[in-house]
Design a protein around this ligand. Structure first.
Ligand code: GLY
Length: 337
């Protein structure tokens, strides 16, 4: 922050936690700030803000924030979500801090908070990613409760419905309908959705962290892993530049190392919104326009100056932001198709 501006604010008694801390291109920006995907982000941001507004760390905020979504019964996050085609709920999650520390889990079963296991992988092992049985064993050894292998009522209904109506082959992601992780297990038209809660925070110390957690595509092939636990694809943080997190068709985010790409576009001087847009354009370039018509991919990004942005392939994506200006506001993302 410019020294003169700081002194002016101080003299007004306005140099508290949530006031402008520096300016960028003459636009005052603020920290702390938290942003997250879809309308599920509203509740998740609230939990994160509890931490950020009390001078807590971005890392704690992004963990605690998405735990709210993991606890809810919905189509796409946590143990209440839709299962894979063999009837098992398998969870993917990752977390990354401002010093390139990162941890993730994939295909984790019967554990309520995969994001917290991901954090333990980051903090207590020399590894980045643990999967399946090994991830579960590590979780239990770390003190996490092993839950019963039960589907939520909504997921059981959706699964029975899927078994009746669907053939045993992958189905197209329906994520372009404007639903997020809080979507019901079965949509009004009988179809299914899938989505990820992804969150990025910038704390009062100027440090960024990010998290994401999902059950992935409902009725996916057993063993399928999405982009969320793949560092650089579903999540990336570089404190020198910014951070990004994705939601949407995981295979296509992985294909372009999406979130790393967004961060690199920001490093080149692009705003978060333009960086997200360029990543979506890259996807269209590598996949072809026609093949992008039935999938949804979305990015949100936050730079280390507190500027945020998003872009999606299709209409219907939104993201939630909370800072001292916005007591938790939902923004509609721009889109290309
Ligand atoms: N990004 C979530 C998924 O691909 O299932």
């Amino acid at each position: 922050m410019q020294r003169r501006k700081f002194l002016e604010l101080s003299s007004l008694g306005l140099s508290g936690l949530t006031l402008p801390l520096f300016s960028y291109k003459n636009v005052a920006v603020k920290k702390p700030i938290v942003i997250s995907t879809w309308d599920a982000g509203i509740k998740a941001n609230k939990a994160a803000w509890e931490i950020l507004s009390k001078n807590g760390t971005a890392l704690d905020a992004v963990e605690k924030g998405v735990m709210i979504t993991e606890d809810a019964i919905s189509c796409c996050v946590g143990l209440g979500a839709n299962p894979d085609r063999d009837g098992f709920v398998t969870l993917d999650a990752s977390i990354m801090d401002h010093q390139f520390n990162c941890g993730s889990v994939a295909a984790l079963e019967r554990i309520q908070h995969p994001i917290s296991v991901a954090r333990k992988v980051m903090e207590n092992t020399p590894h980045v990613l643990l999967v399946g049985e090994g991830a579960q064993k590590f979780a239990v050894a770390s003190g996490f409760e092993l839950k019963e292998q039960n589907l939520s009522k909504d997921a059981e209904k959706a699964y029975k419905n899927w078994l009746e109506k669907n053939e045993y082959h992958p189905v197209i992601n329906r994520e372009n309908k404007g639903h997020g992780p809080f979507a019901p297990n079965t949509l009004e038209d009988g179809s299914y959705n899938h989505d990820t809660i992804g969150m990025i925070a910038l704390d009062n110390f100027g440090n960024l962290s990010g998290s994401c957690t999902t059950s992935g595509q409902g009725f996916k092939m057993r063993g399928r892993v999405d982009d969320s636990p793949i560092i650089g694809a579903g999540l990336y943080v570089d404190n020198e530049v910014g951070a990004a997190v994705s939601t949407g068709q995981g295979e296509d985010v992985i294909r372009i190392a999406g979130c790393h790409l967004v961060v690199e576009f920001m490093r080149q001087g692009n705003s978060p919104e333009i960086a997200c847009k360029k990543a979506i354009e890259r996807l269209i370039k590598v996949k072809g326009l026609e093949k992008c018509k039935d999938i949804q991919v979305c990015f949100i990004a936050l730079n280390n100056k507190g500027e945020h942005g998003a872009y999606a392939l299709h209409k219907g994506f939104n993201y939630a932001i909370q800072n001292s200006d916005y007591p938790n506001k939902l923004f509609d993302s721009k889109f290309i198709l």
